[in-house]
Design a protein around this ligand. Structure first.
Ligand SMILES: O=P(O)(O)OC[C@H]1O[C@H](O)[C@H](O)[C@@H](O)[C@@H]1O
Length: 423
């Protein structure tokens, strides 16, 4: 799982220093009461389903079918139909490969599609199209392009090259899959795309890549049990109460999620959609910022430290003292780099994460650190659930509906109209 801290001093003391203890306590009480009520009778389906596991057989069946027949899996989907899988899959590259290689072209880009077609072997390629609505133009366009590329080249039945995850209701994507006769797995009706990572949507790609679905779900389940029983101690509820307090009383308009591990880059993108689409409405919201350390210390840190004090920052750290390659002591000393002599790459990164946070704290910022001890399924699953619940609790405190995205729908309708009108 993971632990949370705010540096060497307790959060209560930090809040006392800035006169926000009372406001925070009130928000924490409200947030905790809401989390308890959710757990008692109205737990969001994305969380409830994690405990049910009733779709496990469907997930494994499709994943095995893909693994048995193909070496490459292209996941077509965008937003909530891709970002969760990408975040979960990112840890696969540190394991011996037991599954297929997964490609996730989540933005519509002609150059990227040309590159994929030039490098993939059509006979070894399976295409999994994911769309909750079954109407998203980008995903449908990619699907049509993949069919046009595969059909003249494959020696196998076309239907075997395709599978689909979409809601059990009429849509263009569903009709397409049915006409092909391909395998179709249900996207749950009651789970929104950006909350769907632990459902079939995120878990089929994960299983095909050889990762443990049970691991992700177990980590997630532990968090939701804790949020239901002792909400006031959990990162999700404290995080929501704190962010809301800082937004109300300290002019915080942005939330920074900075992860010190390359494999968490995709996680920060997943979080960006979750936070922005769930909370940015009715003229309200805080803008998510994504960063990866240490690389973004060399691009954004100046702003974080010396720009406006309008951000609440969360750091995700995987302590890696003694890990990774060791720096040659003699070469380091000979070149005046004594402080590096004999240290590992992991030592360096862990010290950088600490230094960045200490520098921010020295400027009076309240900084949250979440620490995971390894990049594994349980820990990433726990983080998924924690941030989803944090978002839902935050929506409650703000008085907005976490589960719709009316403004995005307007732009989708206009895109379809403009495309149809093209000469
Ligand atoms: O899964 P789909 O129906 O294709 O939707 C994919 C994405 O489309 C829109 O942009 C929505 O705003 C997102 O919330 C959604 O994740």
């Amino acid at each position: 799982m993971f632990t949370m801290d705010f540096g060497s001093r307790p959060l209560d003391d930090l809040l006392d220093d800035v006169g926000l203890k009372h406001a925070f306590d009130k928000n924490l009480e409200k947030a905790s009461a809401y989390a308890r009520a959710l757990a008692m009778d109205a737990l969001p389906p994305f969380a409830r389903r994690t405990g049910e596991d009733q779709d496990h057989a469907a997930i494994e069946a499709l994943a095995h079918e893909i693994q048995r027949g193909f070496k490459e899996l292209v996941v077509l989907g965008t937003g909530g139909s891709s970002l969760g899988a990408q975040a979960a899959l990112a840890i696969a590259r540190y394991r011996p490969s037991t599954g297929v290689t997964v490609h996730t072209p989540d933005s519509l880009c002609p150059f990227e599609m040309d590159r994929l077609f030039a490098t993939l072997d059509p006979n070894e390629t399976h295409v999994l199209s994911i769309s909750k609505s079954g109407t998203t133009a980008e995903t449908l366009a990619q699907l049509l392009a993949f069919r046009a590329w595969l059909e003249p080249q494959t020696k196998r039945p076309l239907k075997d090259h395709f599978s689909f995850i979409t809601e059990p209701k009429p849509s263009a994507l569903r009709a397409y899959g049915e006409a092909l006769g391909s395998h179709i797995v249900e996207h749950p009706l009651d789970v929104g795309g950006r909350f769907s990572v632990l459902t079939t949507v995120g878990m089929v790609p994960v299983a095909a890549a050889g990762l443990s679905v049970k691991g992700f779900r177990h980590g997630a389940h532990e968090i939701y049990k804790a949020v239901g029983s002792v909400p006031e101690t959990t990162a999700a509820v404290i995080g929501a109460a704190l962010t809301h307090t800082l937004a109300e009383h300290r002019g915080v308009t942005q939330v920074l999620l900075m992860a010190y591990a390359d494999a968490l880059r995709a996680f920060t993108r997943w979080h960006g959609q979750l936070w922005a689409e769930s909370l940015g409405k009715d003229g309200k919201g805080t803008t998510p910022i994504r960063a990866v350390g240490p690389v973004d210390q060399h691009s954004q840190l100046q702003l974080f430290l010396d720009g406006p004090d309008d951000k609440f920052s969360t750091f995700i750290v995987v302590p890696s003292y003694g890990k990774g390659p060791r720096l040659d002591p003699k070469a380091a000393k000979d070149n005046g780099l004594d402080y590096m002599a004999g240290r590992t790459i992991g030592d360096t990164v862990t010290c950088q994460a600490r230094a960045t946070q200490d520098a921010l704290r020295a400027r009076g910022r309240i900084i949250r650190q979440l620490t995971i001890n390894a990049l594994d399924e349980e820990n990433i699953g726990a983080l998924f659930m924690s941030f989803m619940l944090e978002t839902v609790v935050m929506a409650h405190l703000m008085g907005v509906d976490a589960f719709d995205q009316p403004a995005v729908e307007e732009s989708k309708i206009l895109t379809r109209k403009y495309l149809a009108e093209l000469e």
